[in-house]
Design a protein around this ligand. Structure first.
Ligand code: SF4
Length: 419
């Protein structure tokens, strides 16, 4: 008989491939129970490569009736299987929380028997945690594609965030690796949850007591590099999902080879595309917070992101007509486009120049990445001769300036629960 600790080891290990577990946006109120989803701080706890670590991150089971070639839990994979009972997950969560090991739960699952059979158990776990254990910590639940709307609706009352993984960014790629699945089964639950949220928000305008439903919103994850999609393909679907389903986040997860059985997949020993993953996150950020349009960064002529420089610098080097931007006169939106200037620094520039012209020493003090930004801006004491500057020379100069920002990052693994 397999022990609970062995199950935990198997099912926490299987869950590590899912990166979509950050916890921003939880606002659930503690009404006399244990935990706090908004003040727990888990959303600030990440490993070096961006993976969140302070949630208890487990699968309910790694049994699965599906055979997705990219997934370690697929039915044809010869691995040790395990399944928690509803009570075991509840007790584990409460024990770990009380011992201060975790600040929330990220619960996903393989699909045993059927989508509803699995979803019903997931729903019972979150319901029990909230209503019987009075647990008010953060809960992120992975919805099972194909599960009934009633179960999703009920689970949504108890969780902070829900997600459904798109897995493979293009329908064709998904069909090649997981012929039994399609994008529609991901779109449907995302759409359902989105509509419920919109409906309840409307009701809230008219009624005082409306139930909290998935307050931290929805997210999805895409596996990057398992199939041959371009960065443009990935960001196109990502942008569409943000817009259509009002997603909180899209996660990009570089494919980690797990077997040599499928000839289409990168084979074991192939390095996971972590730099590409990072460039996709940077692009996602530029689209959501820097007012870039997708076709400015990626388009049919430029379908893949540069790996050696970030997407904002890459855009700037391809668009010299926008520069130099005068930080003493340009508006916020234009200043945001200067490589090396973030949102905070752009605001500080706007505020600081109310008191006089900005010189080099002011800009350095504000905290911009001056060694990068200096090629793209004009300031009170700038001496650069813009007519002579060649973009390829700027790139060479930036790359040779020895900043660690452009050096490849080393992958780190999910922390062991027993280390
Ligand atoms: S359905 Fe989910 S858990 Fe099952 S094999 Fe596919 S990706 Fe893995």
């Amino acid at each position: 008989m397999i022990t609970a600790e062995e199950k935990l080891s198997i099912l926490a290990d299987a869950a590590k491939y899912d990166v979509s577990c950050s916890s921003s946006g939880g606002k659930r109120k503690n009404e006399g129970g244990i935990g706090d989803s908004s003040r727990s701080g888990i959303c600030h706890t990440y490993t070096e490569d961006g993976r969140c670590v302070s949630l208890l991150k487990i699968l309910l089971t790694n049994y699965c009736i599906y055979d997705c070639a990219f997934c370690v839990s697929r039915r044809s994979n010869d691995i040790q299987r395990a399944a928690f009972s509803v009570n075991e997950v509840v007790q584990l969560t409460m024990n770990f929380y009380r011992r201060n090991y975790i600040e929330g739960l990220f619960l996903s699952s393989g699909i045993f028997k059927s989508a509803d059979f699995t979803m019903e158990r997931l729903m019972r776990i979150v319901k029990k945690l909230r209503t019987e254990e009075r647990f008010f910590g953060y809960i992120h639940l992975k919805t099972i594609p194909g599960a009934s709307e009633e179960l999703i609706k009920e689970a949504g009352l108890y969780v902070d965030r829900m997600s459904v993984n798109l897995e493979i960014p293009t329908e064709e790629g998904l069909k090649q690796l997981a012929p039994e699945k399609d994008h529609d089964s991901v779109r449907k639950p995302l759409q359902f949850v989105d509509q419920q949220k919109i409906m309840l928000a409307e009701e809230k305008k008219l009624m005082k007591h409306v139930p909290t439903f998935v307050p931290a919103g929805q997210s999805t994850q895409m596996v990057v590099g398992a199939t041959s999609e371009t960065d443009y393909d990935i960001m196109k679907i990502s942008s569409e999902f943000y817009k259509t389903y009002h997603l909180k986040r899209v996660y990009y997860s570089g494919y980690i080879p797990i077997n040599n059985e499928h000839s289409m997949l990168p084979q074991v020993g192939t390095t996971p595309p972590l730099i590409r993953e990072n460039r996709l996150y940077q692009t996602d950020w530029l689209l959501r917070f820097y007012n870039f349009k997708l076709d400015e960064i990626l388009n049919p002529e430029h379908q893949d992101l540069d790996l050696d420089i970030d997407p904002k610098l890459s855009w700037a080097l391809r668009n010299p007509q926008y520069f130099p931007i005068d930080v003493n006169t340009a508006d916020y939106a234009a200043i945001l486009r200067i490589p090396g200037v973030g949102r905070g620094s752009a605001l500080k520039i706007i505020q600081a120049r109310k008191f006089g012209k900005l010189y080099e020493h002011h800009l350095k003090k504000i905290g911009i990445a001056f060694n990068r930004a200096k090629y793209f801006m004009r300031y009170a004491d700038s001496v650069r001769n813009w007519g002579d500057l060649q973009m390829h020379a700027i790139k060479t100069s930036i790359l040779s300036s020895g900043t660690s920002k452009y050096l490849p990052k080393v992958a780190s693994n999910q922390l062991s629960l027993f280390a």
